[in-house]
Design a protein around this ligand. Structure first.
Ligand code: IVH
Length: 712
């Protein structure tokens, strides 16, 4: 495939584009990793990411340390212990373009010579997991989290039949310590059954097997995990070493692998020998032609495998040669994920309906002749917003190509010309809200119903969200019931939910005596709720479940959170100025305040007021008894780039020693560490009289506290 023509933007244009791309990517990272609700397909994301990488390549001086290209994406979530991985769990560089694959292959040949040997593996679309075996016994399992630290889900993983609790020690000696990486998946049959059960209980189904697997791993009750059949394929050794966890990286120079493992092929053989499941479709190859053939073969088999794969992973076979290629902060240079293009089908649009969501945004939805795309029947697709409808020029009755990429809501890609056919008139967004009749307003390309508090459609959305799994988890309260309650005037605001009585419900269509009783009981149980879930359920703009947990952890009580100003909110990990403004604005709104007060009269929050005021609390995570860590109670803000480590690593380092590392400077900051090309934070520190440190002074401070900084 030809490279795009070389249109060199000037520096200012590039800077603006980089800023825009970075903020878009961060938004999509948040949607994907935190909210589990991506808005765009993977390859659209990849396109943004590659464009940013290319621009930064051309203008290296515009690359900031906090650029999305400079970090391992994602944030760990809270309810399980945070576990440090034995070695970083990196992700893979990926593309669906043949040209990108060829560039990868050429780069390796240039570095290593013509005789390059690869291992090809299916790219499993599940949840990545680290399994730690000590003296052959499974002692720890954790999710990938942010790549460095994940959630300890050992008890849940122990319920997975495919995960050996003890490694086989026979053909191949088992090292005293070994950390294995693999993918937890849910097979198609189990996935369908789980969704049927969830629907029967009035709960939301999972959008895809990956979310279902990740959700099952994160159940607080291992019983629930056990009831959701999961499976595992192992594909990597992250680290090994002597007992006690003082493990070396597999790729460190003087370590030899257990049983003299020198290639990825032998890694897979060892994993298999130890009793771990390895995917049967793995192959060896020596050329990009062979890779292409394998890719095509797997793509043809894709719908018949019984589990989801989304591409092929190509790994350099020889482990020692990997050293020569090295890693970026995000991914190794010796591996590449050659993705499948999304699945597409052709169908016809029957009608286009404006659908009002919980936040008031009106989305045009295409109702289509049902069509099967990769084993899933699709009858609705989003058209995003009125500009998108106009740009694609799709109208009712048109033939269209529709795609389903992973879990993303199906999308209409394009209209298919039918010269013979007379078309309907162009579609127009209505002037009034289809639900409440309020005149709609425009916000950029979006159309919004401004009647937030009284619009029934928005209320239905709010109820469904409030009752959803990550929020109050009210069994039996799905979209259908919510619609009914809103239409009947039984629920006008969220607090009314808790006044519903079984006798009232039993009069509604579709509610038998028993189900009415059950729902009222479920509401009673849900009225006793952890602060984090409650906050998430409120549907505060931009606050997904991970941010809700961080807010709850930081403030401890709803009262403290409601009283917080924007500056204080920004001290919470993951909360930037924009989000702080949204959160503070939400709580300041008098109508929200009234509803919140009413809710508090009906629910009992499970809160944990901080033992110490939040400003001096050592770390938001586990406050274990014992001597205080060396940086306990201190607050560091990093700005600019450091020579000896990335900013993210510096933050992680001080956090691991008990300090906090918020994103912005306040009077409560103890030190601002100023690196190269620092921004305005250094200035702000001076203004506030906060001490600034250059990199050398920062490293001295660490050493003074007995902390050895990593060798730069
Ligand atoms: S190897 C450093 N092999 O794909 C190499 N990953 O970003 C790390 N995945 O999160 C990964 N199948 O969970 C590898 N056969 C395979 C894989 C695989 C699926 C996932 C992995 C990672 C993502 C890539």
């Amino acid at each position: 495939m030809a490279r795009p023509p070389d249109r060199s933007p000037d520096r200012a244009t590039a800077a603006a584009r980089i800023a825009k791309l970075s903020s878009e990517i961060r938004h999509h990272d948040y949607r994907y990793y935190v909210l589990d609700a991506p808005e765009i397909a993977d390859e659209q994301y990849d396109r943004l990411f590659h464009e940013l990488e290319a621009l930064e390549e051309r203008f290296p001086e515009l690359r900031t340390p906090d650029s999305p290209t400079q970090r391992v994406a994602g944030q760990p979530v809270a309810s399980f212990p945070t576990v440090e991985h034995a070695a970083p769990m990196l992700s893979l560089d990926s593309d669906q373009d043949v040209a990108a694959l060829q560039r990868f292959d050429e780069r390796l040949r240039k570095a290593l010579g013509e005789r390059v040997s690869y291992v090809l593996e299916p790219k499993l679309d599940g949840a990545s997991i680290e399994l730690v075996y000590e003296r052959g016994l499974l002692t720890r399992a954790s999710t990938r989290g942010d790549g460095r630290r994940g959630e300890g889900v050992t008890e849940n993983v122990r319920t997975i039949a495919a995960v050996p609790l003890r490694l086989r020690d026979g053909e191949r000696p088992v090292p005293d310590f070994v950390a294995v990486r693999g993918e937890v998946i849910m097979r198609a049959g189990a996935f369908e059954k789980l969704n049927e059960n969830l629907l029967a209980q009035g709960k939301e189904p999972f959008a895809n097997p990956r979310n279902a697997a990740a959700g099952a791993l994160r159940q607080l009750d291992p019983q629930i995990t056990a009831a959701r059949p999961l499976d595992l394929y192992a594909y990597d050794i992250l680290s090994w070493g002597p007992a006690g966890g003082a493990a070396g990286r597999r790729d460190s120079e003087d370590e030899r692998a257990p049983g003299e493992i020198a290639t990825q092929w032998e890694v897979l053989a060892a994993l298999r020998a130890w009793g771990l499941r390895v995917n049967g479709l793995v192959r060896r190859a020596g050329s990009s032609e062979e890779i292409l053939a394998y890719h095509g073969e797997l793509e043809r088999q894709r719908d018949d495998l019984g589990y989801e794969i989304d591409g092929v992973v190509i790994k350099l076979d020889e482990l020692a040669a990997r050293e020569a290629l090295g890693w970026t902060t995000r991914h190794p240079r010796w591996a590449f994920a050659f993705k499948f293009p999304p699945r597409k089908e052709v169908t016809r649009i029957l009608s286009i309906l404006p659908s009002v969501g919980r936040t008031g945004v009106v989305t045009p939805v295409a109702l289509m002749l049902p069509v099967e795309i990769g084993g899933v029947t699709v009858a609705r697709a989003t058209l995003h917003n009125r500009e998108e409808v106009a740009r694609k020029d799709v109208r009712e009755g048109d033939r269209v190509r529709v795609q389903r990429a992973g879990d993303v809501i199906p999308q209409v890609i394009e209209r298919i010309e039918e010269p013979e056919r007379e078309r309907a008139a162009p579609w127009r967004m209505p002037a009034e809200c289809p639900s409440c009749g309020t005149p709609l307003t425009e916000r950029g390309p979006f159309t919004v119903c401004p009647n937030s508090f009284e619009c029934p459609a928005q209320l239905v959305g709010r109820i469904v969200h409030f009752a959803s799994r990550g929020a109050l988890d009210i069994e039996g309260l799905g979209e259908e019931s919510a619609r009914l309650f809103a239409a009947q005037g039984l629920v006008r605001q969220l607090p009314d939910l808790f006044d519903l009585r079984a006798e009232q419900l039993a009069l509604l269509e579709g509610f038998a005596e028993k189900s009415s009783q059950k729902l009222v009981e479920a509401l009673g149980r849900a009225a006793h709720v952890e602060l984090a879930r409650f906050l998430y359920g409120l549907g505060i703009p931009e606050v997904g479940s991970a941010v809700a947990r961080d807010l709850a952890r930081h403030f401890g009580t709803l009262a403290a959170l409601r009283a917080a100003g924007e500056a204080e909110l920004e001290e919470v990990r993951g909360v930037g100025p924009r989000m702080a403004e949204q959160i503070a604005g939400f709580f300041r709104d008098p109508k929200n305040a009234t509803i919140l007060d009413q809710l508090l009269g009906k629910v009992e929050l499970i809160e944990s007021p901080p033992a110490r005021p939040p400003d001096t609390a050592a770390s938001s995570a586990e406050a274990a008894p014992g001597p205080a860590p060396p940086l306990a109670g201190l607050k560091f803000v990093f700005t600019g780039s450091l020579a000896s480590m990335s900013r993210r690593d510096a933050q992680a380092l001080v956090e691991s020693q008990g300090a906090r590392a918020p994103g912005s400077v306040s009077r409560a900051t103890d030190y601002v560490v100023v690196g190269e090309e620092a921004g305005s934070k250094g200035e702000k520190a001076k203004k506030l009289g906060v001490q600034t440190l250059d990199e050398a002074a920062f490293l001295d401070l660490l050493r003074g506290k007995g902390i050895t900084p990593p060798a730069g």
